[in-house]
Design a protein around this ligand. Structure first.
Ligand code: NAG
Ligand code: NAG
Ligand code: NAG
Ligand code: NAG
Ligand code: NAG
Ligand code: NAG
Ligand code: NAG
Length: 336
């Protein structure tokens, strides 16, 4: 009896507020997570990492007044969970990180989530469907939102533009349609990925005002029109992916303002030749992929000045002139 008491006492030293134990077990039930029970130590850690650093971990903060612990992060990546998104996280008021990456979760995003104070939310690589709900736009604490590789359809809700702290938004590989919303102008996005969807319409000019952007991925949609001149102002851009779209016009000369660019992908973008000679001013390029530039031919671009280029693909581009010797030093070179 004494031993039993001692064990329970020790467990309580790091123990959760009792209502959060109940909430955590509800979360487990909704997710289809087996193995947790009321009598075990459910907190693995008391230090909240800046990004998830484990696949299977619950982090609790035990520095609250009164000594009670509260759940601040749940990481359950690649755990074969086949339930639904847990509406019970609403009962964990201190939860900041939720990472359910790569499970078999299905259903919709629960409306209860609108009341959370999440900062990091990853539900990518699951079987989630339905519309991206507008109430996600109410979780204004979010800085990271990843819903890639699901089956979300419908339009991207303009309300996501209300996520004023959002830095990283990943909607890659869903069935989203409609235009790129025009309401993201006031965000501080650094990484925006909406590739592999069914988006139509033009690239909105206001994207040029989001000067925090470092990576922009629009590949594999049905986007049309020319690249808006306002994009000249994205001087911090490091990665730009525009492949597999229906753009028109030329690749503009102003690409030279993207001095930090290391990755440029414009395969089958719909653009017309030639390759602008100003590409030689993008001295930080490591990956350059251009294919299917329609129409007018180009001289082989002079890439002598781009010392660090590692991957070059120039295929089906109607290139003329002499094959430049310096191209032979590329690690991976494809010119078809
Ligand atoms: C966290 O605790 C659970 C339950 O005891 C355990 O299954 C899991 O492996 C632990 N995770 C880590 C990263 O220690
Ligand atoms: C834990 O909570 C306390 C009180 O709210 C806060 O001051 C502290 O920064 C938190 N620690 C972590 C690692 O989140
Ligand atoms: C683009 O539009 C065409 C014609 O409407 C359609 O056949 C095609 O599937 C669309 N592609 C994408 C990636 O949405
Ligand atoms: C581009 O648009 C044409 C019709 O204007 C369509 O047939 C084609 O599938 C589109 N291309 C892509 C890559 O979606
Ligand atoms: C780039 O930004 C400057 C300063 O905000 C602005 O005056 C200019 O019109 C912008 N350029 C384009 C092409 O939109
Ligand atoms: C290029 O990359 C280097 C090293 O990563 C960096 O210091 C520099 O600021 C970048 N930009 C330009 C224009 O060289
Ligand atoms: C290739 O470019 C030349 C002009 O440089 C043009 O005359 C020719 O029609 C182009 N070929 C194709 C297949 O577009």
């Amino acid at each position: 009896m004494f031993c039993m008491g001692a064990i329970i006492l020790e467990a309580q030293d790091l123990s959760l507020a009792p209502d959060e134990v109940g909430a955590l077990l509800e979360v487990a039930t909704q997710l289809g997570k087996k193995g947790w029970n009321r009598n075990m130590q459910l907190c693995n850690d008391t230090i909240l990492p800046t990004e998830p650093d484990a696949d299977n971990k619950v982090v609790c903060n035990c520095s609250f007044p009164g000594g009670a612990c509260h759940v601040v992060a749940i990481y359950l990546k690649r755990q074969d969970l086949d339930g639904t998104l847990p509406k019970a996280i609403e009962k964990l008021p201190h939860l900041k990180h939720l990472d359910l990456w790569a499970n078999y979760l299905s259903g919709k995003i629960p409306s209860e989530w609108a009341n959370t104070k999440l900062e990091y939310l990853s539900i990518g690589v699951n079987n989630l469907a339905g519309k991206i709900p507008s109430y996600l736009g109410r979780i204004t604490t979010l800085s990271y939102l990843n819903i890639q590789n699901n089956m979300f359809s419908g339009t991207v809700p303009p309300e996501l533009g209300g996520l004023v702290n959002l830095e990283n938004l990943d909607l890659w590989a869903n069935y989203l349609s409609g235009n790129i919303p025009s309401e993201w102008a006031n965000t501080k996005l650094e990484i925006l990925s909406i590739g592999v969807n069914h988006l139509t319409g033009k690239i909105p000019s206001y994207l040029g005002n989001i000067t925090t952007l470092r990576a922009l991925t629009l590949s594999a949609n049905n986007l049309t029109g020319e690249l808006p001149p306002a994009l000249i102002n994205l001087t911090g851009l490091k990665e730009l992916r525009l492949s597999s779209n229906n753009f028109t016009g030329r690749i503009p000369d102003f690409i030279q303002s993207w001095k930090q660019l290391d990755t440029l992908e414009i395969q089958a973008g719909g653009f017309t030749g030639p390759i602008p000679s100003s590409i030689s001013l993008l001295t930080n390029l490591t990956d350059l992929k251009i294919s299917n530039l329609l129409g007018d031919g180009s001289e082989f671009p002079n890439l002598e000045s781009i010392a660090g280029i590692k991957y070059l693909l120039l295929s089906n581009c109607n290139l003329s002139g002499n094959f430049p010797i310096e191209l032979t030093r590329m690690a991976q070179l494809k010119i078809l």
